[in-house]
Design a protein around this ligand. Structure first.
Ligand SMILES: C[S@@+](CC[C@H](N)C(=O)[O-])C[C@H]1O[C@@H](n2cnc3c(N)ncnc32)[C@H](O)[C@@H]1O
Length: 379
């Protein structure tokens, strides 16, 4: 295994729980390989960590022990990540079981929905361990189907199924039920919004008119519907909206309408028609995946929030899942949209983020990506 010497700063950051280091921390750069592989990191002849090296990415720490990366390694890691979710967070059947660096399993994301699971892998090294990971899942959990999508940055997504070929299940989220298909967007369902969807139920009144923008398979819509609201959901994916309708029916909700279309256009048309909603929810996709595009992304968020606020009468819930938009940028953007819309807003509660199974470790800021703010609106 390749031995790589790192500088003092990187050594200290690893000791301080950082799970990635940068290439400029490497002293013997001439020894770096072209191919992605596992390397051993040293500082002053002392072993520090094993890590995945990929010439096009950051160096991701796998372990601080000089141990073999084999079945035992994955078994112990998966056991720990499962126990944290089940024993500390009290999740039962459905949760994000592996969240990359947060679980010391970099480049792997795994969502468990009852006994089926969806995994995204973004490293060639980790791809080689998928059969072992599936064995560990079989031994440690009730998972019988693993749907894997592998994608290195910029390359085509490959998918493979392990075990039974069962792609669908019905999950419970509080009193709501959702049909999840592993072949849906990302890992099939946005588990990261679970706590925010449940929190919204506290504010929905029977007969409320709710607008759920970028509603996907009806996550927020269902929670509002079961509280007796009349829901209008908008999404550009007709396939997602077909499932959203099934989810409304599954929960015996009759009072809804889903609109296929571009959220910006649909909201402008609604404003022209002078429509209003008691509650407006905005949960768009990440408008930027790189730090270079933050300015344009903020413009798009600003416009969407301005339109949403124009339509909101009592409450406004706004989210961003862009890594590159931090809390402060996000809040400043909402303030600017509210001034543009001439609506006074009052923040309800603190900053909300992703569900806790999407673990945020204090030394790894990149793990926190979701921002969600609840506001009361003065119409
Ligand atoms: C983060 S997901 C929403 C998740 C959803 N709120 C939930 O709880 O399951 C974002 C959704 O936005 C949709 N979308 C992306 N761009 C859009 C646009 N311009 N107009 C309407 N929908 C859009 C995608 O199809 C996707 O379903």
């Amino acid at each position: 295994m390749l031995l790589i010497e790192i500088d003092k700063r990187a050594y200290n950051s690893i000791l301080n729980f950082s799970r990635v280091i940068y290439k400029n921390a490497i002293i013997n750069k001439e020894d770096l390989p072209d191919k992605e592989q596992i390397i051993k990191l040293y500082y002053k002849d002392k072993f520090v960590a094993k890590a995945i090296y990929d010439s096009r990415a950051t160096i991701k720490i796998l372990t601080l022990k000089d141990e073999e990366i084999n079945k035992d390694f994955f078994y112990n890691r998966i056991k720990k990540s499962k126990e944290y979710r089940e024993n500390i967070l009290n999740y039962k059947d459905t949760y994000r079981m592996i969240y990359a660096e947060a679980d010391y399993l970099p480049s792997i994301i795994l969502d468990k929905y009852n006994n089926i699971a969806s995994m995204q892998v973004s490293s060639k090294v980790m791809e080689e361990y998928i059969p072992i990971i599936f064995e560990c899942l079989n031994e440690l959990t009730d998972i019988t189907t693993l749907y894997v999508q592998s994608a290195k940055k910029g390359s085509k997504i490959k998918s493979k199924i392990y075990g039974d070929k069962k792609f669908e299940t019905i999950i419970n989220e509080g009193n709501a039920k959702f049909k999840v298909n592993l072949k849906g967007h990302k890992t099939g369902f946005f588990l990261d919004q679970r706590e925010n969807r449940l929190n919204l139920e506290n504010y929905v009144k029977k007969g409320d008119k709710v607008l759920d923008i970028c509603c996907y398979t009806g996550g927020f819509s269902v929670h509002c519907g079961i509280k007796g609201a009349e829901v209008v959901g908008v999404d550009m994916s007709d396939k997602a909206l077909e499932v959203a309708e099934e989810n409304m029916e599954l929960n015996n909700i009759k009072n809804y309408n889903f609109i296929v279309g571009n959220a910006f256009d649909v909201m402008r048309e609604m404003i022209d028609k002078n429509e209003k909603f008691d509650i407006v929810i905005l949960d768009p996709p990440a408008f930027t995946k790189s730090s270079k595009d933050v300015k344009n992304a903020l413009k798009a968020y600003n416009t969407m929030n301005y339109l949403g606020l124009k339509l909101a009468k009592r409450m406004f819930i706004t989210c961003s899942c862009s890594h590159h938009i931090d809390r402060e940028m996000f809040k400043n953007m909402v303030v600017s949209s509210s001034l543009r819309a001439k609506k006074e807003i009052r923040q309800i509660g603190g900053y909300r983020t992703q569900s806790p199974d999407h673990i945020i470790t204090m030394a790894n800021k990149n793990l926190e990506y979701l921002k969600c703010l609840f506001f009361g609106v003065e119409d």
